[in-house]
Design a protein around this ligand. Structure first.
Ligand code: PLP
Length: 392
């Protein structure tokens, strides 16, 4: 009997999804396990999609996405990051951030290659490496005081003749860690030295709380790289514009990968939905004010949850600079999936187990604080009660 391919069988199940599948069968769960808020996409974006449908954006577009959207993305980079890009060769519109990861990883790895992945990390980039018959090697970030840092010694020790790619996420899901400019430079130098591709997942670029004013982005690796560097950025409209369900993102890459990803997308998605691309143009054009409001709300939520967690027994939690997650470590927890399951069943609070995020994640849980404050208040109260009632 034919069997499922071994490359597919090697892809582990997402343990966030496994927990969510249990939660989705229950009523009244406070859902903090996914990376999204319970706030819908802003009306001006919904209206733009409806208008685009009315105007007939119902046909196929270019594989790389509408030229107008690619131009808008190039303008966005000039305005927000002070980076010049060629919209015709270096930007490809994708059907989400995860699809940008999928197609670019496919473009740079051969079967049997190895990819270094900085963890704890959202599991999808490592899963994409597995899907290409290649092998991810997880290199945990090190907690130094209240801040995570890249462990360059371990990175160096992990390089073999098969290593082709280094993947990192900044701001990080689940840590909220943001690579410093020195770390970015060192990562770039490292990949130049060992002849590797550097894939930066920057989908949380705009969710940054340390800028001189709200809305200032985390500096993109594109500021440091020259256009001939083997650098790829995966990006998304999901987080900045509350568009998780729309499935739209983009990638920036050296021209050869940009071209190949465009061609491969013909056979994968062809292109993202036409009217969604038009709505994305509107998000880029009009989104800044709404984004600043969201950032103020997220910062309040972060500070509220951080303070609540720091009052709980056996909990230690570094203060994150970006994204919308907290990743507290709970003393005594050795099986974070079992812990999250029990918490869910007994209190209806849904958190993501740290084990889902690879090396360095076990013993912690991820809390997404993008939900409304009323939900967070209840969740923190129930978690505090749960922890005070048991020795885990
Ligand atoms: C680090 C990271 N990268 C990429 C994505 C993908 O976002 P999307 O596929 O919704 O664009 C996510 C979503 O949670 C994420 O956390």
């Amino acid at each position: 009997m034919p069997t499922v391919a071994s490359s597919a069988l090697r892809v582990p199940q997402s343990r966030i999804r496994e927990l969510a599948d249990i939660a989705m069968k229950m009523d009244d769960v406070l859902k903090l396990y996914f990376g999204e808020s319970n706030i819908q996409t802003p009306e001006y974006i919904k209206r733009a999609a409806a208008k685009a449908l009315g105007e007939g954006y119902t046909f196929y577009t270019e594989n790389a996405g509408l030229p107008g959207l690619r131009q808008d993305l190039a303008d966005y980079y000039r305005r927000v990051q002070d980076v010049d890009l060629d919209p015709r060769s270096e930007i490809v519109v994708t059907a989400s951030g995860v699809q940008a990861l999928n197609v670019t990883i496919r473009c740079v790895l051969n079967p049997g290659d190895e990819a270094l992945v900085l963890t704890p990390a959202w599991p999808n980039s490592a899963a994409n490496v597995w899907m290409d018959n290649a092998v991810p090697k997880e290199i945990p970030l090190l907690l130094r005081g209240d801040r995570y840092a890249v462990d360059f010694d371990s990175l160096q020790a992990a390089v073999t003749p098969r290593t082709r790619l280094l993947v990192y996420t900044s701001p990080s899901n689940p840590l909220g860690w943001v690579a410093t400019e020195d770390e970015q430079e060192e990562l770039l130098e490292f990949t130049r030295r060992y002849n590797l591709w550097l894939l930066a997942d920057e989908v949380y670029e705009r969710l940054y709380y340390r800028g001189v004013e709200p809305g200032i982005p985390t500096p993109s690796i594109l500021r440091k790289a020259n256009r001939d560097d083997a650098v790829i950025v995966a990006q998304s409209f999901s987080k900045t514009y509350c568009m998780t369900g729309w499935r739209i993102g983009w990638l920036v890459a050296r021209r050869d990968v940009g071209q190949k990803a465009t061609q491969l997308n013909e056979f994968i998605i062809s292109h993202p939905a036409s009217f969604v691309q038009r709505a994305a143009q509107t998000a880029l054009a009009l989104g800044e004010e709404e984004l600043r409001k969201m950032l103020a709300r997220l910062k309040e939520n972060r500070d509220f949850c951080l303070a609540a967690l720091r009052r709980m027994p056996r909990v230690t939690v570094p203060s994150p600079d970006g994204a919308f997650y907290l990743f507290p470590k709970i003393e005594g927890v050795t099986d974070s999936f079992a812990f999250c399951r029990k918490l869910l069943e007994e209190t209806h609070v849904g958190l993501a187990p740290g084990v889902a995020f690879g090396a360095g994640g076990e013993g912690s849980v991820r809390i997404c604080y993008a939900a409304e404050q009323g939900i967070l208040e209840q969740a923190m109260e129930r978690l505090a009660r749960f922890l005070s009632q048991r020795v885990v």
